[in-house]
Design a protein around this ligand. Structure first.
Ligand SMILES: Cc1ncc(COP(=O)(O)O)c(C=O)c1O
Length: 391
């Protein structure tokens, strides 16, 4: 009964681990969940109050499809202040989370069988979203030596007459790598030259460590065939409020407007007012959150370095570490692949992680450090002991 479109995609690859985590927890077992894709900190008080205020003042009806003017203006102001680039509010559309923004871009630009280049490792939903848009995901293999950042030669080798777009994720989920300004500019210029639409997911823009410099694609001042994806989920601990946005090409944004007008209409009105407060209110909490995550990153990265058979590229952003476990797999006759590693780690040491295959790279696991120092410290002890039991 299901359409081939749906038969063709899979449920999120974390489902098996999540189901097992749930089962173990229901038996009273203390599982440390390092699969999480959201900050564990609460939404800041001023933002919560703005949401409550919206309800109290009956701001509970439909809004204009693309999002309230004040919020789009606040987004435009943010880009003007941070990158010195003017965006008009017609170049911005607010949706139900960054995920919907990416989905809508792809639905808006992809024709049947057109190809979308996706450097691996990638955010789990990109290839599925491309397929749902009728397109073909083309996975661009990257190298450890380049910190999994795609090079021009690698991208070029996957370009065909059917190539339509490229999706970049910077800072990257799952590797935590951040492209330098030069690397980003080179990729963007090359892609535009090849007539590709550049979709750049910058949802982790404010979680940057080690004094690394983050550059938004916006800073290059190119709008035609460029769409930036962003939102409030990660920066303001607002994952459940479901507000994301796309900013860039007016043509694509107006196409997305048409699509959204016949699907979800405006994003939640209350959440839009809360997001307005997030963007225009006190930003001190953003830095406070970043410092907390930097400390956690250091804790986990240093602990992982002590596990001899592990290796990982130092993450510079987001809140994930992508660990190469191939040497453990080679040495162990008890475990064959990263899926088995994750399930055994969960079943025997009660630590939940995500296998790399979900992100397009076998032989890795992804660890999220969006957890307290106490939980992370305990998880690292359990992980180290577990590795010793399987080699
Ligand atoms: C790279 C990336 N893009 C987009 C999203 C989705 O963001 P949102 O919650 O705003 O839909 C996530 C969430 O994990 C993500 O990691």
């Amino acid at each position: 009964m299901l359409s081939s479109k749906i038969e063709n995609i899979e449920l999120s690859g974390t489902m098996e681990v999540s189901a097992k985590t749930f089962e173990l927890r229901s038996k009273g077992i203390d599982v440390i969940d390092l699969c999480v894709g959201e900050p564990d900190l609460p939404t800041p008080e001023n933002i919560k109050k703005a949401g409550i205020n919206a309800i109290d003042h009956d701001k509970t009806k439909y809004t204009i499809n693309t999002g309230i003017k004040e919020l789009r203006q606040a987004i435009a102001d943010k880009y003007k202040n941070e990158w010195g680039i003017d965006f008009s509010i017609d170049e911005i559309i607010v949706s139900n989370g960054a995920k919907q923004s990416i989905y809508n871009v792809l639905q808006t630009i992809i024709n049947e069988n057109e190809e979308v280049l996706i450097p691996a490792p990638y955010y789990v939903s990109y290839p599925h979203m491309v397929k749902l848009a009728g397109g073909k995901p083309v996975i661009v293999e990257t190298k450890r030596i380049n910190q999994y950042k795609p090079t021009i030669d690698e991208i070029a080798s996957y370009i065909s007459p059917k190539s339509k777009a490229i999706i970049l994720c910077n800072p990257n989920n799952p590797t935590g790598t951040v492209l330098t300004k030069k690397e980003l500019e080179t990729i963007v210029n090359f892609s535009i030259e090849k007539n590709l639409v550049v979709i750049c997911d910058e949802i982790y823009e404010k979680l940057i460590y080690n004094k690394t410099e983050f550059t938004s694609v916006a800073s290059f001042g190119k709008k035609e065939n460029v769409i930036i994806i962003n939102g409030v989920s990660k920066t303001y601990s607002m994952t459940g409020w479901r507000i994301g946005y796309a900013i860039g090409s007016k043509n694509i944004v107006s196409g997305m407007n048409k699509l959204q007008s016949h699907s979800t209409s405006n994003a939640c009105t209350i959440s839009q007012f809360a997001s307005l407060e997030a963007l225009t209110g006190d930003q001190a909490l953003v830095e406070q959150q970043r410092i907390i995550f930097e400390e956690r990153r250091n804790l986990v990265y240093n602990a992982l370095k002590e596990i001899e058979l592990f290796s990982c590229v130092e993450p510079k952003g987001a809140f994930y570490i992508f660990v190469d476990i191939k040497k453990v797999l080679e040495k162990s006759d008890k475990i064959a692949d990263s899926e088995e590693f994750c399930m055994k780690l969960l079943n025997e040491a009660y630590v939940a992680t995500v296998p790399g295959s979900v992100f397009g790279k076998a032989g890795y696991i992804r660890i999220s450090y969006a957890k307290s120092n106490k939980e992370l410290t305990e998880a690292m002890i359990r992980l180290k002991e577990f590795v010793n039991t399987i080699i």
